[in-house]
Design a binder for this molecule. Structure first.
Ligand SMILES: [Zn+2]
Length: 209
């Protein structure tokens, strides 16, 4: 490794720490970056610095944002009647891409996982209860706030949903309606190929035609 210039070596080692990048890819990216014009590298450097300097967390939904409140919480056109609970920021982006949901969001900041050592204190439970309270106050005519759980259909997702559900029911039992996104068969899949668990869930979560 002594023949490799120090800066290239440092960059390679840093890149290697990124998710999904092994030593070989890290080396290739480092050499590629070296071939770029200096102004592109400066632009990249500014983008890296801006990540911490310009990105903030929305007080209302805990989503990463340029502003606080974020664009979604600050949008008066969104419906205050539904709150969608997700584990991660990326889940909000995914749901927004569908353009089929017009309500509010809350980002828990992860899932409960005894294996990974993630307990309730690692999730934004307090913030979520506060947000639910704010939205309950906006409901009119005795309507309940609809809370949709959009958590992964994994053991971690189910454990988290159960925990959050109990917290919500204890605090706001008769003021909220809880639901979860349907779990089931992917569009374009033959039923024959679907695993038993997914099929069971799909039958449970059936909707009328
Ligand atoms: Zn927000």
């Amino acid at each position: 490794m002594g023949v490799i210039p120090k800066s290239l070596k440092t960059l390679t080692l840093e890149l290697q720490r990124l998710p999904g990048i092994g030593p070989k890819s890290a080396r290739r990216i480092a050499y590629f970056l070296f071939t770029l014009p200096e102004e592109r590298l400066n632009f990249l450097g500014e983008a890296f610095q801006g990540l911490k300097k310009n990105v903030t967390t929305c007080d209302f939904c805990k989503m990463l944002s340029d502003t606080n409140p974020c664009e979604l919480c600050g949008d008066p056109g969104r419906e205050d009647t539904t709150l969608c609970i997700v584990a991660d920021h990326m889940d909000v982006y995914a749901i927004e891409r569908t353009a089929g949901y017009k309500g509010r969001y809350f980002v828990l900041g992860g899932l409960l996982s005894p294996v990974k050592g993630h307990g309730p204190s690692d999730l934004a439970i307090e913030g979520m209860l506060k947000r639910v309270h704010q939205l309950i106050k906006k409901q009119r005519g005795g309507s309940k706030l609809e809370i949709i759980f959009a958590l992964s259909p994994t053991t971690e997702g189910q454990t988290t949903a159960l925990y959050v559900k109990e917290e919500l029911l204890r605090e706001y039992g008769n003021q909220v309606d809880l639901s979860r996104v349907a779990v089931g068969i992917s569009v374009g899949t033959d039923i024959d190929y679907v695993d038993t668990y997914t099929l069971q869930e799909a039958i449970k979560g059936r909707s009328s035609l």
